[in-house]
Design a protein around this ligand. Structure first.
Ligand code: ACO
Length: 426
């Protein structure tokens, strides 16, 4: 019996519910016994529901705090790098020098262009959305590697994790180069992770150099997107994983969930919105539209389900944004000027202030990626590249402990039992 209990009283029936204390965050009321008493809980959108125990990431949305394995995101962004963070997410600790070198060498060994994925991609339309293509390529990895996957084996789970982290930038590059009709460059595992990604995507030739400021910005974008506890795509990966599904297929499910504009697709939607607004004098009209309760339009890149204070990733991203715009000397770009003006107006507007709607990480990542000259339809693919490490760490955490298949209940409001009427009698 838990030390503390909550009492639920329904029609005179008192039910004791254990109260669980996490290391950080809200106490959790364990409602698992309710079904035996003939009740379910109703929580559309999982506003108050914890679906699992996890030791990977903690967010305090009111205070604007994000910790990975206890380390604040600001410190990681300042002092660490994306690959070291992937190690931390997977193994729960920061690596020492030897461990990190060994880890990077294992990633390098899995960094190759798989011609089977290139061939598959060539059968897809050139104008296909790259998110659909990357989802297909990772789905195809489930077919390619299925026979060697044993999710009960920790060594095999580790191998899957390393391979996914190594291969996801390559899937992104295969998708992009196919869309512009250019052949893949050979992999060059000697480059840093983010540098290699930019090289595979955008270099004209094998020996073309990559701008170090842009490589640093890309590394930071990956780092800031690496994990974000039980968001929609991560929950999708866990739900698929809970059926003992193939891990590559579970990650492909996460990619599908991330694509939507309410989630990872927001960075692309930010740019589409800015293009739609078109000029500085129209911003006021769009803000008024967003405030109109009868209009479904929302300012893309504003608001967050969990952060009801500033998104700490957005603060770091804003700094990176300044660095990149400085380096490229393009602060006068009209789209970027509009983004700045929109940010200012919305931050001062009572509607946004009252609802605690701040720019989220995707508002700034959209602007940086646009400034770096990255095609808009690749924005969410870049999010996928960073988030794959978080998804696979969460999947490993799920399957390495006892777990149940994820199976929510529902509150049925349809017709009650009725008799079938033959068609001629209706
Ligand atoms: N523009 C205008 N109004 C907004 C916005 C917005 N971007 N976001 C929320 N609101 C308003 C809502 O209309 C609602 O107003 P009301 O109280 O008068 O009804 C209030 O703020 C609360 O909004 P909810 O929908 O309850 O907030 P929820 O937590 O469910 O949604 C979400 C969060 C989906 C992110 C929402 O803010 C949104 O759609 N933002 C734009 C899309 C976006 O940027 N998504 C990226 C999220 S970050 C990520 O996935 C990495």
């Amino acid at each position: 019996m838990a030390e503390r209990t909550a009492k639920l009283s329904v029609d005179g029936n008192e039910i004791d519910l254990p109260v669980l204390s996490p290391s950080e965050g809200y106490d959790a009321i364990d409602i698992g016994v309710l079904i035996k008493e003939g009740y379910v809980t109703y929580d559309p959108g999982f506003m108050s529901t914890a679906s699992c125990e996890s030791t990977i990431t903690y967010i305090d949305g009111d205070e604007g705090i994000l910790l990975h394995r206890g380390y604040p995101i600001e410190q990681l962004a300042e002092q660490s790098n994306y690959l070291e963070l992937t190690y931390l997410l997977l193994y729960g600790k920061l690596p020492d020098q030897t461990e990190f070198e060994e880890y990077k060498s294992r990633i390098r060994q899995e960094t190759f262009v798989d011609e089977r994925l290139v061939a598959l991609c060539s059968s897809l339309p050139r104008d296909a959305h790259p998110m659909g293509v990357v989802c297909s390529l990772v789905g195809a990895m489930s077919a390619i590697y299925h026979n060697e996957v044993d999710i009960t084996d920790a060594v095999c789970r580790d191998q899957v994790s390393i391979r996914l982290i190594a291969q996801i930038p390559i899937c992104a590059a295969i998708a992009y180069r196919h869309s512009i009709g250019k052949p893949m460059l050979p992999a060059n595992p000697d480059l840093d992770y983010a540098e290699h990604f930019l090289h595979l995507m955008f270099s004209e030739a094998e020996d073309s150099p990559v701008n170090p400021v842009l490589a640093k910005a890309m590394d930071r974008i990956f780092l800031l997107h690496a994990d974000h506890e039980q968001n929609a795509s991560t929950s999708t990966v866990r739900l698929a994983g809970s059926t003992d599904a193939n891990p590559y297929a579970s990650i492909a499910a996460g990619i599908a969930a991330l694509w939507g504009p309410s989630h990872g697709g927001a960075n692309e939607a930010v740019l589409a919105m800015l293009n739609d607004i078109g000029s500085l004098d129209k911003i006021g009209g769009y803000v008024a539209k967003a405030k109109n309760p009868d209009d479904p339009f929302r300012i893309m890149g504003f608001g967050h389900r969990v952060y009801k204070n500033y998104d700490p990733r957005a603060t770091v991203m804003q700094q990176t944004c300044d660095e990149v715009l400085n380096e490229l000397g393009i602060e006068s770009d009209p789209i970027l000027q509009m983004a700045r003006a929109l940010e200012k107006i919305a931050l001062e507007d009572e509607y946004f202030v009252e609802r605690r709607l701040y720019p989220n990480v995707d508002f700034y990542s959209g602007i940086i990626l646009k400034a770096m000259g990255i095609p808009v339809e690749l924005f969410t693919v870049i999010f996928v590249t960073g988030r794959t490490s978080g998804w696979i760490a969460q999947w490993c955490e799920l399957v390495s402990e006892a777990y149940k298949i994820g199976r929510p209940r529902q509150m049925y409001t349809g017709s009650c039992n009725r008799d079938y009427v033959p068609i001629e009698a209706r």
